[in-house]
Ligand binder design. Sequence first.
Ligand SMILES: Nc1nc2c(c(=O)[nH]1)N[C@H]1C(S)=C(S)[C@@H](COP(=O)(O)OP(=O)(O)OC[C@H]3O[C@@H](n4cnc5c(=O)[nH]c(N)nc54)[C@H](O)[C@@H]3O)O[C@H]1N2
Ligand SMILES: Nc1nc2c(c(=O)[nH]1)N[C@H]1C(S)=C(S)[C@@H](COP(=O)(O)OP(=O)(O)OC[C@H]3O[C@@H](n4cnc5c(=O)[nH]c(N)nc54)[C@H](O)[C@@H]3O)O[C@H]1N2
Ligand code: SF4
Ligand SMILES: [Mo]
Length: 739
Amino acid sequence: MARPPLTEEELVDRYGPHLNVQPPGGWNAGIEPDREVKTHCCFCGQQCGIILKVKDDEVVGFEPWYEFPFNEGKLCPKGVKRYLQNAHPDRLLHPLERDDQHPDGFRQVSWEHALDRTVAEIQRIQAEHGPDAVAMLSGVSLDNEKSYLVGKFARLALGTANLDYNGRLCMVSAGAANKKALGMDRAPNPWSDIPLADVVFIAGANVAECAPITTSYVWRARDRGAKLIVADPRVTPLARTADVFLGLRPGTDSALMGSILHVLIERDWLDHDFIEQHTLGFEEAAAAVREYTPAWGESITGVPAARIEQAAELWGTSATGMLLHARGIEHHTKGVENVLSCINLGLATGKYGKPGCGVSTITGQGNGQGGREHGHKCDQLPGNRDITNPEHREYIASVWGCDVDEIPGKGLTAEEIVEAIHRGEIKGLLSICFNPVVSLPDTTFTKEALDKLEFYGVIDFFLSETAFHADVVLPGSLHEEDEGTSTNVEGRVIKLNPSKVPPGEARLDWEILLDIAQRLGKGHYFPYTSAKDMFEELRVASSGGTADYGGITWERVEEELGVFWPCPTEDHPGTKRLYEGGVFAHPDGKARFHGVAFRESAEVVDDEYPVWLTTGRVVSQYLSGTQTRRIGPLVAQYPEPLCEIHPRLAEQHGIADGDLVRVTSRRGAMEVPAKVVSTIRPDTVFIPYHWAGRQAANQLTNRALDPVSKIPEYKVSAVRLERVGPSQHVVDQREMDLQ
Ligand SMILES: Nc1nc2c(c(=O)[nH]1)N[C@H]1C(S)=C(S)[C@@H](COP(=O)(O)OP(=O)(O)OC[C@H]3O[C@@H](n4cnc5c(=O)[nH]c(N)nc54)[C@H](O)[C@@H]3O)O[C@H]1N2
Ligand SMILES: Nc1nc2c(c(=O)[nH]1)N[C@H]1C(S)=C(S)[C@@H](COP(=O)(O)OP(=O)(O)OC[C@H]3O[C@@H](n4cnc5c(=O)[nH]c(N)nc54)[C@H](O)[C@@H]3O)O[C@H]1N2
Ligand code: SF4
Ligand SMILES: [Mo]
């Protein structure tokens, strides 16, 4: 039986007064705002338009922004409640320094002291161990301006090669595959193309909970009669309405897509003209799937052969079609291959460069798109340039006014940085907008690594579980306190407007970085007085790159309600749909097929660990939860992680709904209440990962990485289950937050 929702009293009782359960002044208090600010939601990559109501320099509520074309006023529960993190009692208001004698573990210090200590430690470590012994980790909840700044800051102020970002846990498999196959890394379509598709194929994306606004685009296609195919080990809310549901075993997407390609070829549901004129490598892709009959596909994926044929027929015989994928196919040691196998289906049937046609990745974090273009990544320079390409380096050196040799080479990726810290090779770390203790696989390993650091500085607005391992915590800015641009799931650049100033002694993130650069003696490279100065430089730095923002101005973005890149000049309208006329972004204009052979995940089930574990999200919580676990109504909706188990698997283990279950993998174990549901495969369990400490799903996950993208395999681990007893609430949430 489902548990009744917690009352407000129960919530405060259980989670403590640090939880914001009410807006200032109470619900619907009818507060008259002083100002209304048109901006965008701080959470996912949909970047919905929203109007924030501001009174006395506090955000006190929101209004729908109906004119913004992407969401037309619609918001999901997180967008509606996001303003409650504002004025939160946990907000960091002063710099902190580790103090093991202090009851909180930290003492309050002056900015002067915090910055001096940070810079002194960076300089000491670099003098003793070389520049790359200090690494930086960053995140793409940061806007384009800050993403650009961090890329330049790490290379020129810190002088380290070892900069990477949390998109490494998110978008990189899609990014690598898009670049390999199509020459450019962006969804090929504006979302207004979705309603024009005759078939919508959703692979490894829980659209209704994780890209909620995209649901309305799918409904519009359905209203026109479009068919829906969904591939997921769980019958997600949208999958319940699918014409063809492909309930595959986790980690078998390339086998599924390979079998579909096999059928397309066998039945000749191919666009031969398109293949001939606009692509290379079809033979190689066809050869790889020669043996992948639907019967073989069934034996690997568990999806009945007849359904594989049905999916192939719908995709192959529809005049238009869009395939949307997300982390369900990308969080794998073969994440890049999985995406390439989807792109093969699009190319084989000519579904590119036309209205209602395309294979698109659904971006994750707020600026998951823009943040992966402007030099945040360990191998990248602005405009999606390559840090190992001499011409690209020369160009960026000319924009930055530095010697080309001052720009370090390619560095380590996020998980590799943590491994190098664990090995003792990297000794100092600065992080902004990243919570690796909760979000990286194998929590124990991550914590061990962080505790080996000689110096760790964190910039955040809450004391995240990771910040708790820091030596110095610098209080940065919340989304609504800064100004800049972000790039949504469609490649549409949008404008974020400030509602208030940071409280207490908290400062804008970019001002903190500029101060550190100044103290490191590199201030001359960062002569900015506003975020707009950084955007103007980003425009020049990205010009001529594949992600070209040269013609985009803040003013245009506001006036046009978003501008799509590439947009090389101010009189260029921006590019909504890529690859029109079958012209791809490789120098010869042709797309590449790839031969994709199925291989197993890094870890497979066996007698000791006989159950597949996959992890992901729920609608009311966001990422590592630092923000949404502090917003009362969102916590009320889903207060703690639950383990989804099929009734048959539950019965085998004597588990009833609500019972506490111990889930054990080779990395660790956790105890979590069971949610017995018939919407999951009987050989698989699912745990959302938004919680910390003993409630963290990443205690169980595997550090195995995709060899190309270096994304961790969050979607496949082998576990065993044991019933512990009837449900109980294991620990106090406050204790959790601090572990
Ligand atoms: N509510 C909410 N929304 C979010 C976020 C959030 O934290 N909360 N985060 C944002 C971010 S950063 C991201 S990356 C996106 C993620 O968005 P999604 O990728 O849609 O979300 P996930 O829950 O990680 O995984 C999606 C689906 O993959 C399925 N899956 C698991 N294993 C496999 C597999 O092997 N193959 C296939 N085909 N499917 C599999 C899961 O059952 C799940 O339904 O969401 C964004 N939006
Ligand atoms: N098991 C499992 N693990 C996963 C996933 C999964 O599906 N399963 N998904 C992975 C994915 S797709 C992602 S994207 C990652 C996300 O993992 P993280 O990036 O670690 O998660 P966030 O919650 O975004 O952490 C961001 C931190 O930055 C802070 N922050 C947010 N905005 C700002 C800002 O503007 N300025 C500053 N200074 N700080 C800010 C927040 O308070 C928070 O502490 O998790 C990954 N981990
Ligand atoms: S769909 Fe994403 S951007 Fe829109 S309101 Fe929800 S979390 Fe915010
Ligand atoms: Mo993500």
